[in-house]
Write a protein that binds this ligand. Structure first.
Ligand SMILES: Nc1nc2c(ncn2[C@@H]2O[C@H](COP(=O)(O)OP(=O)(O)OP(=O)(O)O)[C@@H](O)[C@H]2O)c(=O)[nH]1
Ligand SMILES: [Mg+2]
Length: 291
C-alpha cells in the first residue's frame, strides 16, 4: 500500500522546483490512489499554497508534507478499539459484503480482547454456508472464545438472538456476530440483515451497541457504494478496512472519511490473528506516502 510508487521527482521532472506540471502530476497520483477528486484537489491546493515556486531538496520533503496533511484529515476519524467494549456484554455486529474479511477480522478482534482477559463469544449468523460456520468455529477454538451456531439454513436473526442471550447469561464481555457476505444489491438478503437488528433490539433497544462495516481496501471506489447501501439499513458505528498489506490503494479511506464522516476503528494488515491494528492517523498517513 503506497501512493507514490512511481513518483520519482528527479526522473519525472528533471528539476527541483514545484511548478504547475508537478502539481498536476501530484493531483493525478492522488486520484489514482482512490482519495477521490475532492480530497485530491484540496491537497493540491494546500501543496500549492505552501510550496509553489520553492526549491525542493528531495522527494521526502513532498512526502512529509503530504503525510502531515493527510493525517490532519484523518485524525478526527480515529476511534479507539477499546470503545467496542464499553458495555457488559457489548453486542457487536460485523457487516460487509462477500469476502471483505469479516470472519477473519472477528478472529483478530477476539484475539485482541482475549489478550486483555475478556470473555468473548462468537455468533455464526452466516447460516448460508457450512464452511462459514466452520471457519468461525475454528477461530473460536484457536483463541478460546465461546461459540454459538445453528443449523444450516436457519434464520440468521435467530443466531443473533441466541448469541446475545448467551452473552447475557454467561456474562461475556463482548459478543461478535458474524454475518453472511451478501451483495448489497440483493434486496431480500438485505431484508434478512435488517431482521438481525430488529430481533436484537427486541432483547434490548440498545442492541447492537456497535455495527462495524468491514471494507476491503482492494475494492477501491466500490467501497463507497457499500457504505452507502449498509448505511440505509443499519446504524454503522465504525469501519474496519482490511487488506492494507496488499497493493491496495489505501487512499480510499480519505474518500470515505470525506463523504461519510464515519469513525475508523482498525485496519487489517494481513491474514494472521495479530494483523489487526488500532487506527492511528499519523502512522497510517506515513505508511501511505512511504517511498
Ligand atoms: N492480505 C490480507 N488478507 C486478508 C485480510 N483480512 C482477510 N483476508 C483474507 O481475505 C479472505 C476472505 O476473508 P474472510 O474473513 O473469509 O471474509 P468474509 O468477509 O468473512 O467472507 P464471506 O464470509 O465469504 O463473506 C481470506 O482469505 C482472508 O484470509 C487482510 O487484512 N489482509
Ligand atoms: Mg465470512
Amino acid at each position: 500500500m503506497k501512493f507514490f510508487e512511481n513518483f520519482k521527482f528527479d526522473n519525472l521532472f528533471g528539476k527541483k522546483k514545484i511548478d504547475q506540471n508537478l502539481l498536476d502530476r501530484f493531483e493525478e497520483i492522488l486520484i489514482e490512489s482512490d482519495v477521490g477528486t475532492e480530497v485530491a484537489s484540496n491537497l493540491k491546493e494546500e501543496f500549492k499554497k505552501e510550496k509553489i515556486g520553492k526549491e525542493i531538496k528531495n522527494e521526502k520533503e513532498i512526502f512529509d508534507f503530504l503525510a502531515e496533511q493527510i493525517s490532519k484529515i484523518l485524525k478526527p476519524h480515529e476511534k479507539n478499539l477499546n470503545n467496542l467494549n464499553k458495555n457488559s456484554p457489548s453486542i457487536v455486529v460485523i457487516a460487509g459484503v462477500n469476502g471483505v474479511g469479516k470472519t477473519t477480522t472477528i478472529g483478530k478482534l477476539g484475539k485482541l480482547f482475549k489478550n486483555q482477559g475478556k470473555k468473548i463469544v462468537f455468533g455464526a449468523a452466516d447460516t448460508f454456508r457450512a464452511a462459514a460456520t466452520e471457519q468461525l468455529e475454528l477461530w473460536s477454538k484457536k483463541i478460546g472464545a465461546d461459540f454459538v451456531k445453528s443449523d444450516l439454513g436457519t434464520d440468521p436473526a435467530s443466531v443473533g438472538y441466541k448469541t446475545a442471550k448467551f452473552a447475557e447469561e454467561n456474562k461475556s464481555d463482548i459478543a461478535f456476530i458474524d454475518t453472511a457476505g451478501r451483495l448489497q444489491n440483493k434486496k431480500n438478503l438485505m431484508e434478512e440483515y435488517k431482521k438481525i437488528f430488529t430481533v436484537l433490539k427486541k432483547i434490548n433497544p440498545k442492541y447492537p451497541h456497535e455495527t462495524i462495516l468491514v471494507l476491503d481496501a482492494t475494492t477501491g471506489q466500490n467501497a463507497l457504494n457499500q457504505v452507502e447501501e449498509f448505511k440505509k439499513i443499519s446504524n454503522i458505528t465504525g469501519l474496519i478496512v482490511t487488506k492494507l498489506d496488499t497493493s491496495a490503494k489505501g487512499g480510499i479511506l480519505l474518500a470515505i472519511c470525506k463523504k461519510f464522516g464515519l469513525p475508523i476503528v482498525a485496519v487489517g494488515m494481513g491474514e494472521k490473528e495479530s494483523d489487526l491494528h488500532s487506527f492511528n492517523s499519523e502512522q497510517f498517513s506515513k505508511m501511505l506516502v512511504q517511498n
